[in-house]
Design a protein around this ligand. Structure first.
Ligand code: GAP
Length: 463
């Protein structure tokens, strides 16, 4: 399929049409850059999360999963540096009042210019010297470039006067750092070990956009892996490899990904080395995941600010030290988008009369597919519906299933192809006689006749 052929538009349209993603608060005209996951998007997200949890948490002896709170004591965000350093460079058009991220404005106007790590003054100079115009109104009348803090603020209690702001978490990581001692004391884990979590994160982005790629609230899965300092380079290489295995596990196209090293100037305030795993989207190479060596920055800062001891006592050597940290971070919302972009395919096929038509298929790996199989009674006859119900009951405890009785069988196959269901199971009149069903494979469109008694095993071997 030609990639330049409106792939993004096609995926966005399919997501709305089939119930993966809807615009947020749509009946009120929406709220910019907020999105709601529909029934299929919710299944897809849960499947990705469950696969992640299994791969990085449950199948490892050195990982513990937690579910920390979104609201935290504001001192956490002061100590972590987010109140002072979690900023983007903002610039406004004085004419049309539109707001932009200065680095994005430059990157969009001047291809191949490196903006990472440039000072606010240097960004403004680049904009002025290159005569960059406002994408909104075309004017060349910008404000100075200013810092804009990304943390969302709210307040607790009925009155806001004099109350200290509380922040919606900008990353999950801090919930793991503040629980470091709780985990050590309750689990008796020994370094090296990790703490993992997933959930919503919030960022007051200046220029969100590109569908669910950059939003104000998004889902994040990440873990903090606590190590001895001298192990960090070895561990860094190890986690890059594990992250690549994960991409393969969920069907992200390898040829669409690359690793990009952060330059010295670009590193976050807590990081000594960071790489991004980028994906080639229809709107350019973009960050999908990150891996950062956060040193002992966070635990040390929390020790200083809270007065609590954050050190670890090695029971074998009696050595006491503050562990260093590697942090692989996985945007779950972005994963949903990249899995969709990777899976989307169109192919020319012939219908029953020999006419050529385009078949749209989401070639999801079965582990992430919202439904593993669809049960399709051939016609709306009571005896077929009853038998289809019985087939549903045989499979429902082990497989997520769709049940579709509307439209011709051909249309129903196409609908299941479009939502990426690996198998379609047709219950027909012969089923009533031979206790067998027709199982159609989404990718090859091959059909097998399978005994209902053997259907569970048939699917188990394939999804
Ligand atoms: N704890 C480290 C951390 O938060 P980050 O690179 O700032 O690192 C982690 O963010 C991941 O979150 C990114 O790799 C990306 O996948 C995702 N992400 C960041 N901002 C986002 C946004 N506004 N909308 C959707 N996903 C976002």
């Amino acid at each position: 399929m030609s990639e330049t052929n409106g792939l993004m538009e096609k995926v966005v349209s399919l997501c709305k049409r089939r119930g993966f993603v809807f615009p947020g608060s749509e009946i009120y005209g929406g709220l910019a850059n907020t999105w709601d996951l529909g029934p299929l998007g919710t299944e897809l997200k849960n499947n990705i999360f469950q696969a992640w949890w299994k791969f990085f948490v449950q199948s490892r002896k050195d990982m513990m999963g937690i579910d920390p709170a979104i609201l935290m004591n504001p001192k956490v965000w002061q100590a972590s540096g987010h109140v002072d350093c979690f900023n983007d460079a903002q610039i406004d058009c004085k004419d049309c009042k539109k707001r932009f991220r200065a680095d994005h404005l430059i990157e969009d106007a001047l291809k191949d210019v490196k903006v990472e790590g440039l000072s606010l003054e240097d960004l403004k100079k680049l904009i002025d010297e290159n005569n960059i115009r406002c994408p909104g109104c075309g004017a060349k009348n910008f404000t100075e470039v200013r810092k804009f803090n990304l943390l969302f603020q709210t307040s607790i209690g009925p009155t806001t006067a004099n109350s200290e702001p509380v922040y919606l978490r900008g990353e999950i990581a801090q919930g793991m750092f503040v629980n470091f001692k709780n985990i050590l004391n309750s689990s008796r884990k020994r370094v090296p070990f990790g703490i993992a979590a997933m959930g919503k994160a919030f960022r007051n982005e200046i220029t969100p956009g590109n569908f669910i790629f950059r939003t104000l609230e998004f889902e994040l899965m990440e873990f903090e892996y606590f190590i001895k300092e001298d192990q960090w380079e070895k561990q860094f290489d190890y986690w890059v490899k594990e992250m690549k295995k994960w991409l393969e596990l969920i069907g992200i196209r390898k040829e669409k990904t690359r690793v990009r090293e952060h330059t010295e100037d670009e590193l976050s305030h807590y990081s000594k080395r960071t790489i991004d795993i980028e994906y080639e989207t229809p709107f350019g190479w973009k960050e999908l995941y990150g891996l950062a060596y956060r040193t002992d920055f966070d635990l040390k800062k929390h020790q200083e600010a809270s007065g609590q001891d954050m050190s670890y006592l090695d029971p074998e050597t009696n050595e006491k030290f503050i562990p260093h940290v590697l942090e692989p971070t996985f945007g779950l919302s972005r994963t949903i988008l990249m899995v969709l972009l990777s899976a989307y395919d169109e192919e020319e096929v012939e219908d029953a009369k020999g006419n050529k038509e385009v078949r749209t298929v989401l070639r999801f790996k079965p582990n992430v597919a919202p439904y593993k199989a669809a049960i399709l009674p051939l016609m709306k006859k009571p005896e077929l519906l009853k038998k289809a119900d019985a087939v549903f009951d045989v499979l429902k405890d082990e497989f997520a299933l769709d049940f579709d009785i509307t439209g011709s069988i051909g249309k129903r196959y196409r609908r299941q192809d479009e939502i990426g269901t690996p198998f379609a199971i047709t219950v027909d009149f012969d089923t009533l006689e031979d206790q067998s069903v027709t199982v159609r494979d989404r990718d090859s469109m091959q059909q097998d006749r399978v005994k209902i008694a053997e259907l569970k095993d048939y699917l188990k071997n394939r999804v």
